[in-house]
Design a binder for this molecule. Structure first.
Ligand SMILES: [Zn+2]
Length: 451
């Protein structure tokens, strides 16, 4: 079966055919490093990770680029509030992000691009748009993209020409805005006093880039003027990705990206996660609830990336229990690794190739584990094969030597023995035996073994 993805651009599930056979260029909109992202934001990175793992599993060579937005309206505003330089402030959250994605078993992108390292490329792109008259300079020196000049404006988000005519009379300088204020957007923002120390002296004057031009410049620099895949959350479709298309295609005259893929939201109590609604969780809250981050990854994989999911702690607890059960069943398979079971692999591939259907792929994993006709060694090999895509960490699982509870009972027994309370020490020994462990005493102390 061929690999198929839902393409936001065509609104259809399409067969994936890369521009260059065997190779994939993929760009994911990364974090704006001004705070700890909420757990809903991480769905975008887990989704992109699954997509990349599927491509690798299918034998493609993947160049994956992810940006770090370390200059925009929010980073400037929040660094000023914190009384820190933009660099110090954004570096702190960049480092935190790196640790967080590693804790979710997200493979590191091939290239991380920091927006502030690409100011020259952004300026060059804006110059090109000015030259081709797709952009114009306003009285304050800022540069705006003239959306009326790009006939395909709206093709990704589905904004109609009527909407454009009604609203496209003005300009918008802020990086983020809603569909009902579709207007010419800022490519370059002339310095004003709110920017403080943050500015670059360039051929466009003193100022800083707008958010949207950053991703166009960084992606094209690393992946070329045309590439295969661009990912992000659904809230990136408008205006961010719509604007990326407008800028890039106007500058090059070529189709920018072949397949646009977007993940849906994580809701809390059926509402969008937001600080104002007091339903805002960060990854460290997961540990505060005594749960693991991988359980969150596992929970997300139980739904297709294009469906909205409703986050509740009870559900995460349930996925933690299910994941631990999977781990235990895996560890019980022993040390030998056999052959991948081709029938199960075929089913698994069929599902992941169908627009990353992870819920059904997980069902195949459960069926495999329960199948008594497959040898333990072959099961183990097949699970490890599936985990190249799922990233649940089976490979690094180790049998926990002795459970804490047994250790505790053994210590109590040792204390009883030292106090010459042999009745109690015998009782404890029996209890330990009944739990599947035995204690062997020697001159150097005691040893616990599994029976
Ligand atoms: Zn972006």
């Amino acid at each position: 079966m061929a690999l198929k993805f839902y393409n936001t651009l065509t609104r259809e599930k399409e067969e994936f055919v890369p521009l260059v056979p065997g190779q994939v260029g993929m760009y994911s909109c990364g974090p704006t490093v001004y705070n700890y992202p909420h757990i809903g934001n991480y769905r975008a990175y887990i989704f992109a990770d699954i997509l990349k793992r599927v491509l690798l599993y299918e034998g493609y060579k993947v160049k994956h680029v992810m940006n770090i937005t370390d200059i925009d309206d929010k980073t400037i505003r929040e660094s000023q509030k914190a009384g820190k330089t933009l660099k110090d402030f954004t570096e702190f959250y960049t480092e935190a992000f790196m640790q967080d994605i590693a804790s979710l078993n997200i493979l590191k992108p091939t290239v991380f691009t920091k927006a502030t390292d690409y100011i020259n490329e952004m300026v060059a792109l804006i110059e090109k748009l000015l030259e081709k008259k797709f952009a114009y300079q306003s009285a304050d020196g800022s540069v705006y993209f003239d959306i009326k000049k790009f006939k395909d404006y709206g093709k990704l988000s589905g904004i109609t020409l009527e909407q454009l005519k009604e609203n496209a009379s003005g300009r918008i300088k802020s990086d983020e805005y809603e569909k009902d204020s579709v207007q010419d957007f800022a490519l370059w923002k002339a310095w004003d006093k709110n920017d403080g120390e943050v500015f670059w002296e360039t051929s466009l004057g003193k100022g800083r880039p707008g958010w949207h031009i950053e991703c166009s410049a960084m992606s094209m620099k690393n992946l070329g003027e045309q590439f295969d895949l661009h990912t992000g959350g659904v809230d990136n479709i408008f205006p961010h990705h719509e604007n990326e298309i407008a800028q890039s295609e106007s500058a090059t005259g070529k189709q920018f990206v072949k397949y646009w893929m977007h993940n849906e939201w994580v809701l809390v109590d059926t509402k969008k996660m937001a600080k104002s609604a007091n339903n805002f969780y960060v990854l460290s809250d997961i540990e505060k609830h005594g749960l693991s981050r991988i359980a969150y990854r596992f929970w997300l994989l139980m739904a297709n990336y294009r469906t909205r999911v409703n986050f509740v702690w009870e559900a995460l607890k349930g996925s933690e229990i299910a994941l631990k059960r999977l781990y235990r069943l895996y560890l019980e398979l022993g040390d030998d690794i056999g052959k991948i079971n081709i029938d199960y692999q075929k089913k698994f591939k069929e599902y992941i190739e169908d627009d990353l259907d992870t819920p059904r792929a997980l069902a195949v994993l459960w069926d495999l584990i329960k199948d008594e006709n497959i040898s333990k060694a072959d099961k183990k090999a097949t699970i490890l094969d599936f985990d190249k895509v799922l990233g649940l960490g089976f490979e690094n699982l180790k049998e926990k030597e002795i459970p804490e509870e047994i250790e505790k009972l053994a210590k109590e027994r040792e204390a009883a023995r030292k106090n010459k309370d042999f009745k109690k020490s015998d009782e404890l020994r029996q209890k330990i035996n009944s739990l599947g462990y035995e204690i062997k005493d020697s001159s150097g102390g005691y040893k616990i073994n599994k029976i």
